[in-house]
Design a protein around this ligand. Sequence first.
Ligand code: AMP
Length: 485
Amino acid sequence: MTEQESLVDENFPLFSRKPAKAFTKPVTTTVADDPTSDHTQFVKDTSSNDDTSHLTFTDLKLSDWALQTCKELGMKKPTPVQQHCIPRILSGEDVLGIAQTGSGKTAAFALPILHRLAEDPYGVFCLVVTPTRELAYQLAEQFKALGSCLHLRCEVIVGGMDMITQTQKLVQRPHVVICTPGRIKVLIEQNPDIPAVFSNTKFLVLDEADRVLDVGFEEELAAVFKCLPKKRQTLLFSATMTSNLQSLLEVSANKAYFYEAYEGFQTVDTLKQQYLHVPKAVKDVYLLHVLSRMEDMGIRSAIIFVSRCMTCNRLGYLLEELEQQVAALHSYKSQSSRLSALHRFKSGKVPVLVATDVASRGLDIPTVDLVINYDIPRDPRDYVHRVGRTARAGRGGLAISLVTPSDVSLVQAIEKETDKQMEEFKCKENEVLEEITKVFKATRVAKTRLNDDGYDEMEKTRKEQKRKSLAEKGLLKKNKKRKQG
Ligand code: AMP
């Protein structure tokens, strides 16, 4: 089975394998300035550049209750993705929206869905699939806020939570179900009553669609598609364009609308991007130094991104030992610990979150003024997602990347992709190294705590499980390079 075939759902225009005719706009062209290239590329939807910037929420023809809710939530004017996509969704079209993180994508689909739900309320009206558990909870919060006057029943169905309770909730047919792919598949397959719950679903949303359409989720999506009716709207939203999304567009029917505000791996102009050269052996000392300057820099809260769960836990212990207020978020934790860590960070109880890439997408926490890349991501797209946790909605923000000699090429690749040069974060080496003894002592304590927790064993077991599961799916080679949160 090819990648593209595996994404096919004959019920869904965006997934059907019809030859690409005219999309809403001209969507493909061969790369003009490279005649040798056989890749296709999407041209920007120029006629969607029709000036919509004057449109207000009232112009978008949303119901009065929705207009009032937007006002109460401080949403004075629709963002561009909302101006373009809301009318299309209201008029019944399938939509693929590509827009930067923090651009108001969630309300771009939630508002028109809630508008339609209010006209004919039943459950399950809408199913949203999103790649991480934290995003599922965040989406539910936004649906609840936007649908606050509708007595909206919205349920989150994610891994790590009790399946019997989840089944009971689903059979009560909430209006909106927000799920991660793995758990919904298990519930659909294990309980014969569940597929029927989705038999009248009007909307399917794939949030962070590039990730959800990742080959690793094929089986999960296939299980979801089987339960959904042919007559529905499908909405895909993503911050980045990937080959999977591109393939979908190439095989799509002309019913779907494609909105693209995406211009490469962009970071926003209000984001200041810096690097700090650090010798590997004293990376933690430099990290502590950056954290110690947060207050002076007027930074309210920071997320430190690392590549591995083990590093995440180690840094959590280390910083705790150094009397920093931190929470750690990674996928080895139980779901209740993950939620608790995120809650403590979001509510401002702790100003620092150490996280793997489970937190790199979509999370919207307005107080995050700083993102630290403790480990430099191998894929520049992950960098863009990570730093997108700050400088949101027009605010300023700072990203500092700790760069060891072996990371230089990774940073160069990021700079090339984002077309932005990082500046140096200035600090005095002698001042930084004053804390070396303290940090090294704390490192020993952190390592002992990790050993006591049996983290080494846990990591080996998880790796083995993952290897087996990938081997079963025949994906071992392809996914070898992917890092996991
Ligand atoms: P999102 O891109 O969906 O994660 O949204 C980013 C942030 O922008 C969220 O905090 C939203 O509540 C906020 N937001 C969405 N739409 C608007 C709007 N029209 N005006 C002001 N803020 C908005």
